[in-house]
Design a protein around this ligand. Sequence first.
Ligand SMILES: Cc1ncc(COP(=O)(O)O)c(C=O)c1O
Length: 367
Amino acid sequence: MSTSVPQPRSGVHKISVYVPGDDRSSASRVFKLSSNETPLGPSPMAVEAYRANADKLHVYPEGSARILRDAIAATYGLNPQRIVCGNGSDELLTLLAQNYLSPGDEAIYSQYGFLVYKIAILASGGTPVVAPETEETASVDAILSRVTARTKIVYLANPNNPTGTHLPYDEVKRLHAGLPGNVLLVLDAAYAEYVRRNDYSSGVDLAGAADNVIMTRTFSKIFGLANLRIGWAYGPAAIIDALNRTRGPFNVSGPALAAGVAALKDRVHLELSVAHNSVWLKWLSDEVSALGLRVTPSIGNFLLVHFSDEKGKGAAEADAFLRERGLVLRRVAGYGLPNALRMTVGTEEANRLFTAALAEFVAGSAS
Ligand SMILES: Cc1ncc(COP(=O)(O)O)c(C=O)c1O
């Protein structure tokens, strides 16, 4: 009798399971500030479109996500043939690794880059290569210096999660110019809609013009549809073709497609969400800094707060203290940031409760 059992490819055992943001708290009211979800929720138009699909649950969705690709194309001025939709952008980030990495190939991401990249690379049998950051910001020089003949992908979240920092578009273009043509540059712009800065671009132009650049986007963040799992990618026809061959044939559900189309139409909701975020991101950064804690300058819908190394004053203690009061933030030790917490910009009420509780924590632990 054989004692052997099925074995996954070797990289699978090296994967640390992704730990999602949670909402565990003993408090009677809980504010989940751990997953960069929007405090304003989705557009009411999206909710209505979702509900209107409730009587069609027995029917398979249209497999190419045509209505959503058309709506995205109309909204952003793109060719719908060069868009593919995914079950969240996570699915597309993972499929890119699956499509472009063979065992032994390398893929680069930056030191505090979004953790899904490492998982996707290892799951595909590739070798993750980490480029150190400078001031919690991706470094083009560090990334380029790690390119070898085995490099097949560079993943860049811009802005990045969990730091909230970004690379100006000039730097993104310099990165692209320094990469060999056979290296795929993945620009993950999950938070792009929040950003209103003249040095920033999601990279849509580069993804439209270059043969080796793809941009990924999501409906999970500003559009408030994280629970429906909708992402999309835009890029060269050949890369979109490869994604279409390897994705699930019905990877986005019908109610999700309908909700996504409706969400794109509600520009008022989008503008309200941008305005809410810019006011409260700045307010939170100022208030937390005034308490003597370092905050990484963020342009996303979240901020990274750094705690003291002294016993009793660290991120773990702060997390427990805030949690007891119903304020659930995200530990980021898995990113190599054991003494920081990431906080999603919440409602005005949550933001004010957070700073009040944090002030109490800082005062209580100061001795
Ligand atoms: C940088 C970044 N990319 C991609 C995602 C994945 O988004 P989704 O799979 O919900 O589209 C996230 C979610 O946290 C993110 O922070």
